[in-house]
Design a binder for this molecule. Structure first.
Ligand SMILES: Nc1ncnc2c1ncn2[C@@H]1O[C@H](COP(=O)(O)OP(=O)(O)OP(=O)(O)O)[C@@H](O)[C@H]1O
Length: 366
């Protein structure tokens, strides 16, 4: 990845009648990065991707790719190529002809086409399958053909619209790693749309999270998880406990807070969230809480509650703990490996929390 921007979107808007599908989107994508647009169904991510591809014109704003303003430039004249959700490969053509499709009628010699088809198939690990019929392929192979067909055009940017959603879970996970590896080795910018947080987290250099047409946060996966800017992002990416908190003091990048569970805890300000005012919201990830029979040592705060629910997930055990004065039960997740004590519904337990696990969140006006 370089520091050069390959795509620059400035104040991009898309309205369908009165409905604002994409609202004031400003976003720069870097050359060679794997970027994902993540968000719930209907948040506008596909519309944003389609505007980059040139399938839809923005109602307002500007998109430039590789330094060139894209207004009025047809999709087939853009340095982009798109892989669709339902990898639309032609059933009546064999693999080789499917992959070569975009190179036909362009005055390219047969020998060059054959070489580029062979190279593209090698990239997606389908070497030598040129003459295989499209209907004789598995779902994963078909998706690779769709990728090879896009890559053979040597786009500067590959656009991927939920490319793995038609595959079953195991194959999807395998393809996630393969596509990531392919993207790294080619150094092409990939822009993927997905509603699957795990997919976005495992594959991307950076993720842009969208809600209701707006880009809410852009960050690397680990930062998005550790420092979400608001409650929407925090609950869309993984699970999080939310507590109302009062800021009782504020200095040198720290907030002193009091919550229904603990008082006087000093936490770091969240650089992604402007938390001004006395009443904020804090978040704590379930896996960052300790749950114990005896009051645990070494924590910045401890409090008691009663187990209201236990769910066994295999790799971890998930507890819900009711705490006086807190509306929703607190979720605590314990890896099975460390899981030496079994708690049952109705047990009284202690919870331990480190101040570093308590994240200040922005409370957006709804
Ligand atoms: N051509 C269109 N005409 C009218 N409304 C549209 C059109 N295309 C999209 N929309 C609306 O714009 C909103 C955003 O759609 P978009 O497809 O971008 O969402 P998305 O986040 O990609 O969702 P999904 O994951 O379900 O595809 C939706 O409410 C959708 O109904």
């Amino acid at each position: 990845m370089t520091e050069t921007n390959i795509i620059e979107m400035t104040g991009v808007q898309k309205r369908f009648g009165k409905f604002m599908a994409v609202n004031d989107l400003t976003l720069n994508l870097r050359e060679g990065e794997f970027f994902s647009l993540l968000g719930p169904s209907g948040c506008g991510k596909t519309t944003a991707l389609r505007m980059i591809a040139g399938f839809q014109e923005p109602t307002k704003g500007q998109i430039s790719i590789d330094g060139q303003d894209m207004q009025g430039i047809a999709s087939n004249q853009r340095p982009t190529n798109m892989v669709f959700q339902s990898y639309a490969i032609f059933p009546h053509l064999n693999v080789g002809n499917n992959v070569a499709y975009g190179l036909r009628n362009r005055g390219i010699s047969k020998s060059e086409i054959d070489q580029r088809v062979a190279d593209a198939l090698e990239m997606v690990e389908l070497d030598g399958l040129q003459s295989r019929g499209a209907t004789e392929l598995s779902g994963g192979q078909r998706q690779r053909v769709a990728l090879a067909r896009a890559l053979i055009m040597r786009p500067k940017v590959l656009l991927l619209d939920e490319p793995l959603s038609a595959l079953d879970k195991k194959l999807r996970e395998q393809m996630q790693f393969e596509m990531r590896r392919l993207q790294r080795s080619l150094g092409i910018t990939f822009v993927m749309v997905t509603h699957d947080q795990y997919e976005a987290m495992t594959m991307s250099d950076r993720i842009g999270v969208m809600f209701e047409g707006k880009l809410v946060q852009v960050d690397e996966p680990a930062t998005l998880y550790a420092k979400p800017s608001n409650q929407d992002v925090a609950s869309f990416i993984g699970e999080m406990n939310f507590l109302p908190a009062q800021v009782t003091d504020e200095k040198d990048g720290s907030l002193v807070i009091s919550t229904p569970c603990f008082d006087g805890m000093k936490i770091e300000k969240n650089p992604n969230a402007t938390t001004s005012g006395a009443n904020i919201l804090v978040g704590i990830r379930p896996e960052q809480l300790e749950i114990a029979v005896e009051k645990p040592d070494g924590y910045d705060a401890t409090f008691q509650g009663i187990v209201s629910d236990v769910a066994f997930y295999g790799e971890n055990v998930h507890y819900h703990v009711r705490v006086d004065g807190v509306e929703k039960p607190i979720a605590a997740s314990v890896p099975n490996y460390f899981h030496t004590v079994d708690f049952r519904q109705g047990d009284t337990v202690w919870i331990g929390v480190h101040s570093a696990s308590v994240i200040a969140l922005r409370q957006d006006e709804k």
